[in-house]
Design a protein around this ligand. Structure first.
Ligand code: S0N
Length: 288
């Protein structure tokens, strides 16, 4: 069951969409909305510029899992509550000596699990960025498939300033996006870049007026929803394949296996096994 829920972007009539919020999810730090085949996940901690704590990340992982496995959902938006920030990274107030402390006192860097999840789930993920995408929050938009930025968006890393770094996707994937020299500049100097600078260096796909951010993002999502889900799925895996090495090839190859299972040829192998007879593949051509 679902009920209507007030949405921070709803004031703008251009983005009018009948967002619904499934009941019973029990999230504290995030919001989950869905409409028209689109799931919208919102980090909802505006008082700390949407910084994440382990619980936030845990909820995001759960929400992405939900959207991944919901056959009604074809595209996922990740965003931050309010107009001031997409996400300002790890919550520095609960940073311990080996990671970020959860309510039990255990320390985590579970945002790394979330980064991998966003990359490997077989549906396009669009970062919708208003305000700051900084530190670990910047890496989160980076691992999304597409980024739509509002005019007020500001991007940057802070690691070397605040005693942190992301030497995984945060460095390697960034270099693939903007080139090695620029990626080193972003990390070594810890400057901030406005939306147009981000567009010029290939960090984002489009820059739009703040008031049109959700409307344009929805337009991009609707366009993808009109396209072949299998084509989008395999293309996403293909873009990850070389970056992610054997794990990326595994992801791409899993799609080939999934498609092969749908053929009479593969089904003959399964049927023969179940019927305890030798398989007969003779009617299947060896295609040139
Ligand atoms: C985002 C900034 C630029 C916004 O500036 P602005 O608009 O002037 O607002 P402020 O007054 O600064 O902030 C408003 C309130 O929000 C709190 N706040 C903001 N960001 C955070 C945060 N990240 N954690 C906790 N609180 C935050 C402010 O304190 C303020 O509250 P009050 O008014 O009560 O003081 C600006 O806020 C800014 O620069 N923020 C810090 C950005 C930052 O350095 N983030 C952390 C970067 N590091 C990571 O994200 C690491 C991620 C990670 O987990 C990881 C991943 C892979 C590998 C390693 C790591 C690892 O951590 O080691």
């Amino acid at each position: 069951t679902t009920h209507r829920h007030p949405d921070p972007h709803e004031a703008n009539p251009a983005s009018a969409v009948a967002w619904q919020q499934p009941e019973g999810l029990g999230y504290q730090d995030i919001l989950y909305h869905q409409a028209e085949g689109i799931a919208k996940l919102t980090i909802n901690r505006p008082e700390v510029r949407n910084a994440f704590r382990p619980e936030t990340v845990r909820e995001l992982i759960d929400a992405f899992h939900r959207a991944h496995h919901d056959p009604a959902i074809g595209v996922i938006i990740l965003t931050g509550a309010g107009e001031l920030a997409f996400c300002s990274g790890g919550d520095q107030r609960i940073r311990g000596e080996g990671g970020y402390r959860d309510n039990s006192g255990a320390e985590h860097l579970n945002v790394l699990d979330l980064q991998r999840q966003i990359r490997t789930l077989p549906k396009p993920v669009v970062a919708m960025v208003a305000g700051y995408a900084i530190g670990g929050g910047h890496v989160l938009h980076l691992v999304c498939d597409l980024t739509i930025a509002a005019e007020n968006a500001r991007f940057g890393q802070t690691g070397p300033k605040v005693g942190s770094f992301d030497a995984g996707f945060g460095a390697g994937l960034m270099a693939r996006n903007v080139g090695i020299k620029k990626a080193k500049e972003i990390w070594f100097l810890c400057r901030q870049y406005d939306a147009h600078e981000a567009l010029a260096m290939g960090l984002v796909n489009a820059v739009v007026p703040l008031g049109e951010l959700e409307a344009v993002t929805l337009e991009w999502c609707r366009q993808m929803l009109r396209h072949s889900p299998t084509a989008l799925r395999v293309l996403k895996a293909a873009f990850n394949a070389d970056t992610d090495g054997l794990a990326g090839i595994q992801e791409l190859a899993g799609n080939a296996t999934g498609l092969y299972y749908q053929t009479p040829e593969a089904q003959e192998g399964r049927n023969a096994y179940l019927e305890k007879r030798p398989p007969d593949f003779s009617r299947f051509p060896r295609r040139a």
